[in-house]
Design a protein. Structure first.
Length: 119
């Protein structure tokens, strides 16, 4: 049974969800010293993460993220703090991608007017 469970629904689709998962993986590798591996599938990906005392995985799908992790004996007393940090990292990555998706596409620049010389 997992010590840490986190579920997030979203409307990004699989391609954008993959971007969020990659950003999350980069953040936890840097900030929490995790080792992450992404296994891509047709309908969903599995992001496995581990470090001393932590072993978990996140399912990355077109409409949700499901994260579960087991904590070692020495880390179990800190489950609340660890869960808060993991939640923060995932929510920040998800919020950034949702903000990008909500922005209208940039309009192409108008061509510059041609300069004419008087003779």
């Amino acid at each position: 049974m997992a010590d840490l469970n986190l579920h997030r629904d979203h409307t990004l689709g699989l391609a954008r969800a993959r971007k969020v998962a990659l950003k999350w993986a980069e953040d936890v590798e840097e900030k929490l010293d995790m080792e992450c591996t992404i296994i891509e599938g047709d309908d969903e990906d599995v992001l496995e993460f581990r470090r001393s005392g932590v072993d978990g995985r996140m399912v990355v799908a077109a409409t949700f993220f499901d994260l579960e992790a087991k904590l070692g004996f020495l880390l179990k007393p800190f489950v609340g703090q660890i869960e808060a940090e993991v939640r923060k990292q995932l929510d920040e990555a998800l919020a950034k991608e949702l903000a990008k998706a909500a922005r209208p596409a940039a309009k192409p620049a108008k061509p510059a007017a041609k300069a004419t010389r008087k003779k």
